[in-house]
Design a protein around this ligand. Structure first.
Ligand code: UD1
Length: 418
């Protein structure tokens, strides 16, 4: 198991380019099963979640090849509709394959998905949506089995705007007979990206990015090369790191519009921000000022995937902050680890009350999930002295070359295999 050794206390300065969005690439890879023509997903990040999704596609019989950082998927010889338990457990997004596999084979069998342990993470909305399209579903021995004669468009009202359920239903509905309307759909930019990808292949989808997505079924999809959007969560993580450590950075290749809620908070913290075309420039010269409250919400609200990193920042702000997690039940597992570094945080139910301290101190901490792990790394970069972050396989799920990028900003961080 690898760990990071970090010598903290220095400023972060330099230029970075943002990776392609994990949360776009995963559903787009799953969507590749919907067509017989080769699809190239360009500049995919070198992260474990993508590697696991590619492994699952191979298990389904897809031919995978690489062209530099592009993954080329040829699904013409795809011949299996079963996603093995071991792989499904590695990756929550394996559930996206239900929609595309059922569309292709009229049958699909998948073990209950895994992913970050940040709460219950049920899939009931995915299954209710598929049922509305005519799919019979049974659940037995930890497997979900789906079958149907044909898929028929329908109106689907989501109880809450789930990102995964919206995408899964879109994938199942693309080649269904008739029109599907998803109401109370999630509005995340990655959903619009999935729509753009599918439309590029010949689908007829509109409305993604709003609360209503309309999918008119088509008979066939084509192929081609597609570049998904940039990763707003990776970008946000680096911006928060600079706010916390002090320094200046130019982030390239990102649509600042997709990060409005974070940029608004960073301005409140006292950071200087400038946006030009696809670049965000940040400067942080003095101790950040506490933002009174941060509440995670579905997009365009503050993203739950930046909650841990933002809480880490609140730990060293002048003043007190309140951070509320509204999406997932157990997304404060990193808090006891931050406390080892001298953070002053009290968690009551889903709210963290953070009293800012002047400085964090180096400590040995353990990453329990992807974003919590990233928060511990940036806290260690801002802390006085040396820290270790153990079990960084969680971080490898979502950040490509995290330590290389941080070193490019002057951070003293190295990976050690234990
Ligand atoms: C996606 C993102 C993840 C992000 C999350 C919320 C991917 C690969 N992952 O996860 O990084 O943290 O959106 O922005 O895109 N829910 C149900 N029933 C369901 C589905 C969801 O009750 O069937 C609930 C969840 O428990 C949670 C909320 O809906 O409280 C939001 O979850 P959802 O948007 O589905 O998250 P994911 O798609 O798993």
């Amino acid at each position: 198991m690898d760990k990071y050794i970090i010598s903290g206390g220095g400023r972060l300065c330099g230029r970075l380019r943002v990776q392609t969005a994990k949360n776009s690439v995963l559903p787009i890879l799953a969507a590749a099963v919907l067509t017989d023509e080769p699809v190239a997903v360009c500049n995919v990040p070198d992260i474990t979640d993508v590697k696991n999704m590619v492994k699952i596609l191979s298990c389904l019989g897809c031919k995978i090849s690489y062209r530099g950082q592009d993954v080329v998927i040829d699904s013409s010889c795809c011949d299996s509709c079963e996603i093995p338990r071991a792989l499904a457990h590695e990756l929550r997004s394996s559930v996206f394959l239900l929609g595309s596999v059922i569309s292709r084979f009229r049958r699909a069998k998948i073990a209950y998905p895994g992913g970050c342990d940040i709460g219950l993470r049920p899939v009931d909305l995915h299954l209710t949506g598929l049922k509305r399209l005519g799919v019979d579903i049974s659940e037995c021995n930890g497997y979900i089995t789906c079958s149907c004669q044909k898929l028929t468009g329908n109106e689907i009202m989501l109880d809450c705007p789930s990102v995964g359920a919206t995408e899964n239903i879109m994938l199942a509905a693309v080649k269904a007979e008739g029109t599907t309307v998803i109401k109370n759909a999630a509005r995340e930019p990655e959903i619009e990206d999935v729509q753009n990808f599918l439309n590029f292949l010949g689908a007829k989808i509109k409305g993604a990015g709003t609360g209503t997505v309309v999918i008119e079924g088509v008979k066939k999809l084509g192929g081609g090369d597609y570049q998904p959007i940039a990763d707003r969560i990776e970008a946000g993580t680096f911006l928060i790191a600079v706010a916390m450590c002090g320094g200046e950075m130019e982030l390239g290749g990102i649509n600042a519009e997709n990060l409005s809620s974070l940029l608004h908070k960073l301005r409140e913290n006292g950071c200087k921000l400038r946006i030009k075309n696809d670049k965000i420039y940040i400067r942080s010269d003095r101790r950040p000022v506490a933002v009174k409250s941060v509440e995670t919400q579905p997009y365009p609200g503050f993203p739950t995937d930046l909650q841990a990193q933002m809480t880490a920042l609140c730990c060293v702000c002048a003043g007190n902050s309140i951070v509320t997690e509204n999406l997932f039940e157990t997304r404060f597992k990193y808090v006891p680890e931050l406390k080892k570094m001298g953070a002053d945080i009290t968690v009551i139910d889903r709210t963290a009350f953070v009293r800012g301290v002047e400085r964090l101190k180096g400590a040995v901490t353990v990453a329990h999930d992807l974003r919590g792990g990233a928060a511990l790394v940036i806290a260690a970069l801002a802390a006085e002295g040396e820290s270790e972050v153990l079990d960084i396989s969680h971080i490898d799920r979502g950040y490509a070359g995290f330590e290389y990028k941080l070193r490019a900003l002057g951070a003293k961080i190295r990976r050690v295999s234990t």
